[in-house]
Design a protein around this ligand. Structure first.
Ligand SMILES: O=C(O)C1=C[C@@H](OP(=O)(O)O)[C@@H](O)[C@H](O)C1
Ligand SMILES: C=C(OP(=O)(O)O)C(=O)O
Length: 437
């Protein structure tokens, strides 16, 4: 079913983006590991997170919604044998982190996901878990479906992940919680640090030592989590679609409230201040994270700004919408060092380049990035984008259509509900014209 985003002359309004997806997953998982009652407010109620909630329920926790966006979790202090196979849907974060968390319990769990998740690499998490003492059975040791066999006799590990991946780091730290000895993860470049921050919030002691642009994290096994009440800060990855829409609009007055500014996440927001008219209105703290309210005004002129390698991890999920901004800017944008984009919900290098090409923008793939020729405000549009069932490609294309010369279509919108179920409502509030063709 094709959906079309028609160009509009003005976008205005004030939006509170949904709760952060990474924090929402972790809040449920950690609360389920604690003994007792946690209340999570501002939870993202996207499909990815709801599946993590179902997985926690299957593993023995009592998980229920007690008000809109507010969930109660009664954890049992560990995970117990589920009756059925656990299906993580589209979610890399849910599946990979839960594998790590499950590995330290004597349970045997069949795991699967949707077609996209079944095509994503899992050995990056399973190999270190196996060397800690977990076992894995399956046709392909690098792909779901598979069976994870946990152990109450896990051994700590000292591990340097070969990829910049918060999911790998987190899975090992969560396994380390139930391993004998001190688990150390050495990151060459620091990735999003929600696991570290939130584990501390749940009463876990860990140490973080900065090493160059990276860090070493150590966690002593055998610690227990304490239940907490946690409010999820606003998702900078969802907010990026809103501020990008304001940045390319010919007449914008868009305010986005409560965007988490955690430096391991705010790569695109940091660049955006150099690319367009963004003004900070207010800052406060939610659950230990600073959040900012940002107002975007202007007439759609986007200046080119190229992220250094130090920002790659901090905007890894924002490259598709960043590519849209680069298409509206002037001159060439060349991105390298972002090979992880190839193993997301789609191959986001191919999907992003195809999205732009289908709409008259000159773009080329690189093995680890892309090159885009900016259109100086005049993106032709007029194409239908193959979203490759990727939520972030679908939202990026629809945002592009709000300010291109001709409408932009997408072949599918269903996946948007995995991370941002309120996207259409929020875009309509701002004045976008997105409809079924
Ligand atoms: O830990 C997390 O919450 C996430 C880590 C990132 O994945 P990688 O660890 O594969 O880079 C990111 O792309 C994903 O959306 C969420
Ligand atoms: C990569 C993403 O998520 P995940 O890895 O959790 O599927 C994303 O939301 O862009």
């Amino acid at each position: 079913m094709v959906w079309i985003s028609n160009p509009v002359s003005r976008l205005s309004g004030r939006i509170l983006p949904p709760g952060d997806k990474s924090c929402s997953h972790r809040a449920l998982m950690f609360a389920a590991l604690a003994s007792g009652r946690s209340v999570i407010s501002g939870l993202l109620e996207g499909d990815d997170v709801l599946r993590t909630g179902e997985a926690c329920r299957a593993l023995g926790a009592n998980v229920k919604q007690i008000a809109p966006y507010t969930w109660e979790v009664i954890g049992t202090g560990g995970y117990s044998q589920p009756d059925d196979r656990i299906d993580f849907g589209n979610s890399g974060t849910g599946s990979r982190l839960m594998m790590g968390a499950m590995a330290g319990f004597p349970i045997r769990v069949d795991l699967t996901g949707d077609e996209s998740l079944r095509s994503r690499p899992m050995a990056r998490v399973l190999d270190p878990l196996k060397s800690m003492g977990a076992d894995v059975k399956g046709e392909d040791p690098d792909r779901l479906p598979l069976t994870l066999i946990g152990s109450s006799d896990l051994q700590a590990i000292d591990y340097t992940p070969p990829h910049a991946s918060a999911q790998v780091k987190s899975a090992i730290l969560l396994a380390g919680l139930n391993a004998k000895g001190t688990t150390i993860v050495r990151e060459a470049r620091k990735t999003r640090d929600h696991t570290e921050r939130m584990l501390e919030g749940f009463g876990i002691e860990l140490t973080q030592e900065a090493v160059g642009e990276g860090q070493n994290i150590s966690i002593v096994g055998g610690q227990s989590l304490t239940p907490v009440d946690f409010t999820v800060p606003g998702d900078p990855s969802s907010a990026a679609f809103l501020f990008a829409a304001g940045m390319i609009s010919p007449d914008a007055d868009v305010t986005i409230e409560g965007i988490m500014t955690n430096p391991t996440r705010a790569g695109l927001l940091k660049l955006a201040y150099d690319m367009a008219e963004l003004e900070d209105l207010e800052r406060h703290t939610i659950s230990g994270e600073e959040v900012v309210t940002v107002r975007v005004t202007g007439s759609g002129r986007v200046k080119r700004a190229i992220p250094g390698q130090e920002l790659t991890a901090a905007m890894i999920d924002e490259f598709p919408i960043y590519a849209v901004l680069a298409a509206f800017a002037e001159g060439e944008t060349r991105i390298t060092g972002a090979e992880e984009l190839r193993v997301k919900e789609s191959d986001r290098i191919t999907a992003t380049v195809n999205m732009l090409r289908a709409n008259g923008v000159e773009a080329d793939e690189l093995p680890d990035g892309f090159v885009i020729q900016g259109c100086n405000g005049k993106v032709p549009g007029g194409g239908v984008v193959d979203t490759m069932h990727d939520h972030r490609i679908a939202m990026s294309a629809l945002i592009m259509g709000t300010a291109s010369q001709e409408p932009v279509g997408v072949d599918d919108i269903a996946m948007i509900a995995t991370s941002y179920p309120e996207f259409f409502q929020h875009m309509r509030t701002l004045g976008a014209d997105i409809r079924e063709a």
